[in-house]
Every structure is written in C-alpha cells, then in structure tokens.
Design a protein. Structure first.
Length: 342
C-alpha cells in the first residue's frame, strides 16, 4: 500500500481527542479537523481509584460523537489509547466495555513509557515543518507532555545513532493539572501553603525523572498538551486561543513564569474571563501551570544548552498514535485488531 486511512483516539485524564488522517511515506495528512472534548475522566481518580458514573457517561457521550464522525468513512484501522487515569482506575473494565460497544474497538491502556514514545514521535515528526528564523530546532530534543494525570519527559532525536523521531530515555511522572489541583490546590485561589506543598510534590517527581533522563545534553525543549499550549497562548498575550499562532512558536520561559504568578492569584471567575483558556481547563489550569513552571525552572538550572525559550506544539500523543498505526500498516505488520486487542 502507498497510503492508509487511520483514526486515533487519545483519551486522557482531562480531555479526549480524535484525529482522522491519511498516512503515507511522507508522513501524516489530516482528513478532517481534529476534535477535542473535555470529559474530566480522571475526576476523583487520584483519591478514589475509580471512575465516577458521571465521568464514564461523559466519556461515552464523546465516543458516540466520534462514532458519528467516523461512520461512512473508509477507515483502515482505529486505535483508541487511554492513559494515566485509566491506568489507576479499578473499574476500568467498565469504561473499556462501554467504549468497545460504541466504537467497536477496545481501549488500549498504555504504560507511561509507551505514552512517552508516542508523544515524542508525534511532536518531533513535524519539526521539519516548523519555520524558525534561526533554522530548524536543534537536536537532541526533550519532549514534555503535561497531561491531566501524568507528565512525560522523553529525550531523543540526535539523528546519528537513531532516526530523528525515535525516542531515547524517557520517564513518566504521576503529576499533572488534575492531580495537582485535586491533591493540593483546594482553595480558590490557592494559598501559599498549598502552592508550597504542590511544589514539593512536583520536585520529588522531577528529581526521579532527571535521574532517568540525561537532560544536560538537551538542546531544544518541545512542550505539548493543552496546559502547555494554553499557557503559551497566555504568555503570547492572545485574547482568544488560536492554534495557528501557538503551534511551532518560540515561547520565552520568563513570560511563562510571569503568567503562572498571575493565574495562581486569580479566582475561578477571573480565570474564566481569559478566553484563551478552554472552559474545561479553567478549574485545573493552576495545577498544570505549577508543573510547567517548576519543570522549566529546573531545566533552566540543569540543562545549560536549552537557552531561554521552548517550542510550543499542537502535535504530540494523538499524532504519534495515528502515525505509528499507519506506519505499521504500511510496513505490513500485524493487523491492528490482533495487535491492539479488538
């Protein structure tokens, strides 16, 4: 085959996304606009280790909407990937069976290492297309995927010992926008004591991540996920979120730090007035902002080659899911049904 049509679903702790695309030997080519719905599947999972009935219904409602998009389209394969919250929920079988009854494919609950690999593939696959005044972003790359329940750090892309989009060292941290909010930021706005406790929690995870990932070698940081792109839009001063302005932009770390302080001082009503923040992120953006701010600060001190900015990207796990699936089909590998448990 010269090309295949595949669909991917990325079901995270806070949001669920759909991408339908053609994949050929030149890469990934979307066939329809990406869809994203905030479903807060991981609401309460950090505390209760279970999906609530309301969260499950929100996920199934989104799946039914995705089915309407896919119906009648000639799709060669569909891969549904679930991440952090699904790894932790004791009743995930109920979630998986509901999704399978709607979409005909059973969710694949992937490990943090696989999530990191796919996020890196998706983020780096578009580096050649990012137009920068100083040329292409310089490898090695460090991709950070800051989700609702977990944050992945993955390094690679030297282009010498391995393909430029192949991941190397990786680590998955159980910290994210939803977890930090539910664990620590219990006031609105949060107190100084709550922020201090959250930062101590974040630092423990970053310590472990930096032992596993040689960040001192990194030359370019690529930030993906809704928290990173939202904070980037705020740092750029956008009145409303515009993916065309955010994707591939160079964002100064100092501007992110300024915006983080502003967000943490706001209450919910004030945050809701910022149109660059999706309504589904208003409650948890502070927790994600703290993770991003602390990670950037630690990298500034421990990765001297990174400089003073990073690349914000709209491309990450979802792109990696679709691109990886399409490549497997093109290479004549196992069928998606047998490979992914349908």
């Amino acid at each position: 085959m010269d090309a295949v049509t595949v669909a991917g679903v990325d079901c995270g702790t806070n949001s669920i996304r759909l991408l339908l695309a053609k994949v050929d030997h030149t890469g990934l080519h979307p066939l329809a606009p990406r869809l994203m719905r905030v479903i807060r599947l991981g609401e309460g999972v950090d505390r209760n280790r279970r999906f609530s009935d309301q969260a499950l219904e929100r996920a199934w409602r989104a799946a039914r909407e995705f089915k309407q998009v896919l119906d009648g389209r000639p799709v060669d394969a569909l891969r549904f990937v679930a991440t952090s919250a699904s790894r932790d929920a004791a009743n995930r079988d109920e979630f998986e069976e509901g999704i399978q009854s709607i979409l005909g494919v059973r969710p694949e609950v992937i490990a943090g290492s696989e999530e990191a690999r796919l996020s890196f593939l998706g983020a780096v696959s578009v580096m050649q297309a990012i137009r920068q005044p100083a040329g292409l972003p310089e490898p090695p790359y460090l991709v950070t995927d800051l989700g609702g329940g977990s944050t992945e750090l993955v390094m690679g892309g030297d282009g010498r010992r391995s393909p430029v989009d192949e991941a190397g060292a990786a680590y998955s941290m159980d910290i994210g926008s939803v977890r930090m909010t539910e664990r620590h930021l219990l006031s609105d706005p949060p107190t100084a004591e709550q922020i201090r406790a959250a930062l101590e929690d974040i630092d423990r995870h970053v310590d472990a991540a930096f032992e596993a990932v040689p960040v001192r070698e990194v030359r370019t940081l690529i930030g993906v996920s809704g928290t990173v792109t939202t904070m980037s839009a705020l740092a750029m001063g956008l009145e409303a979120y515009d993916p065309r302005m955010v994707d591939g932009s160079r964002v100064r770390v100092s501007e992110i730090r300024r915006v983080v302080g502003r967000i943490l001082a706001m209450n919910r009503q004030e945050r809701a007035g910022l149109k660059a923040i999706h309504p589904g992120r208003v409650d948890v953006i502070g927790g994600g902002a703290l993770v991003l701010d602390r990670l950037l600060d630690r990298l500034r001190r421990e990765a001297p080659g990174l400089g003073t900015d990073f690349v914000a990207s709209e491309h990450g796990l979802l792109d990696g899911i679709v691109l990886d699936l399409g490549r497997r089909l093109l290479e004549g590998g196992p069928s998606p049904c047998s490979a992914h448990g349908v």
